[in-house]
Design a protein around this ligand. Structure first.
Ligand SMILES: [Zn+2]
Length: 70
């Protein structure tokens, strides 16, 4: 009996809405396709309107995540 490996986490949003001005902030950070970001990694966005930088920590999205060990 074999169980398939868990699906990879969804890729991060390429853009987010800037909280300050409502403009579009674009993802600056990139990763190789075979090494996607993991929960806890920091995603860096920069707003194209006000040029504010936004650091977003990749959420731990797995339902069966075993975080909080230790
Ligand atoms: Zn902005």
């Amino acid at each position: 009996m074999s169980s398939p490996p868990p699906p990879p986490p969804p890729p991060p949003d390429r853009t987010i809405v800037c909280v300050d001005c409502g403009g579009t902030a674009h993802l600056l950070t990139t990763w190789p396709s075979d090494d996607p970001p993991r929960p806890g990694d920091v995603l860096v966005y920069r707003c194209s309107d006000c040029l504010d930088r936004w650091d977003v920590v990749m959420p731990d999205g797995g339902e069966d995540a075993t975080g909080w060990a230790d």
